[in-house]
Design a protein around this ligand. Structure first.
Ligand SMILES: O=P(O)(O)OC[C@H]1O[C@H](O[C@H]2O[C@H](CO)[C@@H](O)[C@H](O)[C@H]2O)[C@H](O)[C@@H](O)[C@@H]1O
Length: 365
């Protein structure tokens, strides 16, 4: 596992935030001339500790979606393929391990959790155009006929619903901070639609920061703020790498006035969230409880996701020793998932095969 792929922990991101807030990084003239990262690093050399933290931040932004170049050097490409092999041994393909998974599910109720971006829809430049295919929708619809199914996304719930358009599912938007289930399903506690919003008091703050930040980042071409209701996404997929540090600086300047918000990171996106102790893992536990499965031994929760934020859910499953996580990735990444799928098309195949093998489900959902 390379350092570049290592996930930056929440504690590290907070450290980085403190470091950045106390550090004059680079002049705006340098930033606008595209020399920002160089100048930024040069200034930091004076304070090695700060430099280390800030470099971790810059590395973290690059690691969110590193450029993968196939090496031309034989020894390097050999090392790359050895890395890949070793990773696949520890995190085999869920398709190749399908029979094993089916055996494990015998006598158990599968409960399905699906991330959206990068899992059900391919990653695209424009977040408003991250559509899922009709075939994928059909596969999810079939899965939901047989197993309780939830979409767990960083996006706001309404937006992810508009992409998925399946009323029979649970939806946990804003990284699980906005949960709602379908009305009148037999698995709902008390037969009610579940609605849980642990960060509702942050709504006005998130709106305010969204406005301020949208204005501020206008000087960073390609940057974009997405309002996800209980959290914000600052996209840098279309920002020149030379300006990433500038963007991070702009975000930090705004966040300095909002100590109740924290910063995390996804795939070419900085995510601003309330400092509530809630994440996709907590959302998974909440949903299992709502479904009446909190203390059930005969369930098999399966969580499929591609992002760092999905790791919280993978961890919960490991801790419960129940079910497993599947990471969607073509490349080796540090993960708590047990299995892998390479891309959304493989996720679709896996879901279709799961429906074909549904006979093994005990509770006949
Ligand atoms: O939890 P998720 O459903 O995976 O949501 C995480 C973020 O997904 C979206 O951004 C990502 O997908 C975009 C479209 O493919 C892509 O342009 C971007 O670079 C990715 O980070 C969404 O727009 C964000 O708000 C979510 O936080």
């Amino acid at each position: 596992m390379t350092n570049q792929n290592a996930a930056v922990s929440e504690a590290q991101t907070m450290d980085i935030k403190v470091a950045m807030s106390s550090s004059p990084l680079f002049s705006s003239a340098a930033a606008s001339s595209g020399r920002c990262i160089t100048v930024y690093r040069r200034k930091l050399l004076k304070k090695p500790e700060t430099a280390q933290k800030i470099n971790a931040w810059a590395d973290s932004m690059r690691a969110s979606s590193p450029t993968r170049v196939k090496s031309t050097s034989p020894s390097r490409s050999h090392a790359q393929s050895e890395d890949q092999k070793s990773w696949m041994i520890h995190h085999p393909s869920a398709l190749e391990m399908f029979e094993k998974i089916m055996n494990e599910s015998k006598g158990k109720q599968i409960v399905m959790f699906l991330d959206y971006d990068g899992t059900l829809s391919p990653i695209v430049e424009d977040p408003d155009r991250a559509f899922m295919s009709d075939e994928m929708r059909a596969a999810v619809r079939e899965v939901a006929k047989h197993f309780p199914t939830a979409i767990v996304s960083g996006r706001c719930r309404d937006k992810v619903y508009n992409f998925v358009r399946l009323a029979e599912l649970y939806y946990a938007g804003s990284h699980g901070m906005d949960i709602k289930g379908p009305k009148g399903r037999k698995y709902n506690k008390g037969n009610r639609a579940v609605l849980f919003q642990p960060a509702s008091e942050f709504l006005p703050m998130i709106d305010e920061v969204c406005k301020i930040l949208s204005q501020k980042i206008k000087t960073t071409p390609g940057a974009r703020v997405e309002n996800n209701k209980f959290c914000l996404s600052v996209h840098f997929r279309c920002v020149d790498e030379k300006r990433w540090a500038q963007l991070a600086q702009q975000v930090e300047e705004v966040l300095n006035d909002y100590p109740k918000l924290r910063l995390t990171q996804g795939r070419k996106v900085l995510e601003i969230r309330p400092t509530v102790k809630w994440d996709k893992g907590k959302a998974l536990e909440f949903l299992l409880e709502s479904l009446g499965f909190a203390n059930s031994d005969n369930i098999l929760p399966v969580y499929i996701g591609d992002d760092r934020t999905d790791e919280d859910a993978f961890k919960v499953l490991r801790k419960r020793c129940q079910g497993f996580g599947i990471l969607v990735s073509k490349f080796p990444k540090e993960t708590n998932a047990s299995y892998t799928l390479r891309e959304p098309s493989e996720v679709k195949l896996f879901l279709q095969r799961l429906v074909e093998g549904k006979g093994s489900s005990l509770l006949g959902y």
